[in-house]
Write a protein of this length. Structure first.
Length: 217
């Protein structure tokens, strides 16, 4: 009997949407809840409105679309990335990477669809390294946002290059946040990300990109 009750209780709990918000009284009672009379939690609970009610977010609500090295293409060439293109594909640190040598600024490009569970936010992370840290490399980028039934996006905001940590042979997960292009981003939009090695700084080491992702709430 206890086993049946517990199973029904768990089933009712997971009937709530993942990462849902629940109104919970300070004593742990769920307002309007039907799966249990109380939720147990530790630590302080803060919120606004009625002091007897608080909002709790269950779990993390961050999601991501992930890109491998082979998902990127060259936007201004008929060939795919290879060992003979600029940037090119190389094996560094036992892994395949897109590599820009000093003076190479051609972007690598990836296009993806914003997932249907997109709600807000939107930025990128790239896992990068460099062969020399005398002057840290910088990652530059831009995005294009297109939507079915509308004219092509033909312009992109000039973004601010992001510097690496400055430690050669130690990878860095760099965050790239578009300045304004994502102001009206919506589920179903087709986004194109272009990343390249900023050649304004005097860095001489190679820039190596191993992985990328689009993350959102």
């Amino acid at each position: 009997m206890k086993r049946i009750f517990l199973s029904l209780l768990l089933l009712a709990f997971f009937a709530y949407p993942a990462f849902a918000e629940l109104e919970v009284q300070v004593d742990g009672t769920v307002v309007g809840g039907s799966f249990a009379s109380q939720v147990n939690f530790t630590g302080d609970v803060t919120g606004s409105g009625d002091s007897s009610l608080k909002t709790i977010v269950i779990g993390s609500n961050e999601k991501s679309v992930q890109f491998g090295v082979n998902d990127f293409l060259l936007p201004d060439a008929v060939s795919s990335l290879s060992s003979s293109t600029q940037p090119g594909l190389e094996t560094d640190n036992e892994l395949l990477a897109i590599v820009w040598a000093d003076g190479e600024t051609t972007p690598a490009q990836v296009t993806f669809r914003v997932p249907q569970n997109y709600n807000s936010g939107g930025a990128f992370k790239v896992f990068v390294d460099e062969s020399s840290s005398t002057t840290p490399n910088q990652v530059d980028f831009q995005v294009y946002v297109n939507t079915s039934g509308t004219s092509w996006d033909s312009s992109a905001t000039g973004q601010t290059p992001v510097a690496l940590a400055g430690t050669a042979t130690t990878p860095t997960l760099v965050t790239l946040t578009p300045a304004t292009d994502f102001d009206s981003l919506a589920a179903g939009d087709i986004v194109t990300l272009e990343v390249w090695r900023d050649n304004v700084v005097t860095a001489e080491g190679d820039l190596e990109l191993y992985y990328g992702e689009f993350y959102f709430n």
